[in-house]
Design a binder for this molecule. Structure first.
Ligand code: ADP
Length: 451
């Protein structure tokens, strides 16, 4: 039985996990840097331990300090949240070696999916469709050109250890392959300490559609439908919705079943997200995220489930509390990521929050750890709130989102709220007609005063 969980994270996700713990009668231990002394997750946890100075490398990524905090506080388990150590297989392994339960997948599955070349091979074998491309790592310009010629242009050269869109370069023709290959390799080496790269066909106007899965230790796997995360800027998601306006119910069931079956075949457990590009009715695997996603609330809302609770239950060895037949989808949900950033230049805007008023009412959920008087520190990710709304259909959801955004007051900082409001005025967005490149163009046109 898990009685006490240490939450190795901060911000809204630390609160999200803490809330699930408290609803399950589990004690919570917050860890924090000195920059987060006044953070809400510290205030609301049963216990809190300072693990280091503001720099994440010395606090939220400090494995020794986190393990010491777990030992001192007598925690049974560690939940990594997302970001920080959540996709570090070595961390998961060391947590288990010290006798704590890691609330997430096995260390081996985390390592496997962190190596994108290996991941692509294994999921392909398990029946998941992948983007056409090289069979494995490409090690010379000559072979890169040969493979790119076979696939057809444009191609994308990607880092095997990639994340956050880094180490990715497009080559539109044979002449560009050499340069793109060298740039991708050096960027990958700098960012990840691993210069292995592979090649994929560059899809021109895909949507980003991801499937949520949940698996236990007993071979039970369910899929919880898709999320459409095509609205991205610099490969960072800004708004997510479920269900996707682009899928019909046959496509939804087909891809869900393929993913659940593959998840079972590879022996995965806990929550996981299989990300696809979707173009002309076809799905192409890009990666599997072995953690809770920022955008998990849209799935929770349309499925009426608590994913963090399920994660905690399955890591303590319990079987899933429901079957695939019991999963049903209700209405439509949209999540807006609200960042402390200027809405058109995207420059970070840390500082003190002045007046704060969060929207509420029917179908509105706010996942945020900020409050009036709180100082948004400059050291971490700029996301300060997630506004998630639910409607019985997409139209109702859009109207509700509009009124919730209008109610939201966050004084003292620049935020991305005005950008979300502009989005809601866009006909393409309202019609659900957008691909992964659409937002960049929309932002450029808005900034140029054309929209
Ligand atoms: P990362 O781990 O760096 O986020 P991903 O493989 O998940 O890398 O890709 C991030 C984003 O890059 C995708 O959401 C998509 O927008 C774009 N992308 C990745 N692969 C392709 C591709 N083959 N064609 C077109 N766009 C791609």
């Amino acid at each position: 039985m898990i009685e006490k969980i240490l939450i190795a994270n901060r911000g809204e996700i630390a609160l999200r996990i803490l809330r699930a713990c408290h609803e399950m009668g589990i004690k919570s231990v917050a860890v924090h840097s000195t920059a987060d002394d006044d953070a809400m997750h510290v205030r609301l946890a049963d216990e809190s331990i300072c693990i280091g100075p503001p720099a994440a490398a010395e606090s939220y990524l400090n494995v020794h300090a986190i393990l010491s905090a777990a030992t001192i506080s007598n925690a049974d388990a560690i939940h990594p949240g997302y970001g920080f150590l959540s996709e570090n297989g070595d961390f998961a392994a060391v947590v288990e070696e010290h006798g704590f339960t890691f609330i997430g997948p096995s260390p081996n599955h985390i390592r496997l999916m962190g190596d994108k070349i290996a991941a692509k091979k294994i999921v392909k074998k398990a029946g998941i469709p992948v983007v056409p491309g090289s069979d494995g790592a490409v090690t010379s310009i000559e072979s890169a050109v040969k493979i790119a010629n076979e696939i057809g242009y444009p191609v994308l050269i990607k880092a095997s250890s990639g994340g956050g869109g880094r180490g990715m370069k497009i080559a539109k023709s044979k002449d560009e392959v050499g340069n793109a290959f060298s740039l991708a390799r050096s960027e990958a080496q700098k960012a990840f300490g691993d210069n292995s790269v592979y090649i994929e066909k560059f899809l021109m106007r895909p949507r980003h559609i991801e499937i949520q899965v949940l698996a236990d230790h007993h071979g039970n796997v369910v899929h919880l439908g898709e999320r459409d995360c095509s609205l991205q800027r610099r490969h960072q998601k800004l708004l997510e919705e479920a269900p996707s306006p682009a899928l019909n119910s046959c496509e939804r069931v087909r891809i869900g079943e393929i993913v659940a079956e593959a998840t079972r075949k590879i022996g995965y457990r806990s929550v996981g997200t299989v990300e696809f590009l979707f173009e002309d009715g076809e799905f192409y695997f890009i990666e599997m995220n072995t953690r809770l996603q920022v955008e998990h609330p849209v799935t929770e809302i349309i499925c009426g489930l608590d994913l963090v609770r399920e994660m905690i239950r399955v890591s303590s060895g319990a079987p899933l509390s429901f079957t695939q037949d019991e999963v049903s989808f209700s209405g439509h949900a949209i999540e807006c990521r609200i960042n402390a950033e200027h809405p058109s230049t995207f420059l970070p805007s840390p500082g003190k929050v002045g007046d704060y008023h969060a929207p509420g009412g029917l179908g509105v959920r706010i996942d945020s750890a900020i409050y009036s008087g709180y100082h948004v520190p400059p050291h971490y990710d700029s996301m300060i709130a997630k506004l998630i709304v639910h409607g019985s259909n997409r139209n109702e959801c859009l109207m509700r989102l509009k009124r919730a955004l209008a109610e939201y007051v966050i004084d003292g900082l620049d935020t991305t709220i005005p950008l979300h409001q502009k989005l809601l005025e866009s006909r393409d967005f309202v019609n659900g007609e957008y691909d992964i490149h659409w937002l960049e163009t929309f932002v450029a046109r808005t900034n140029a005063g054309e929209l």
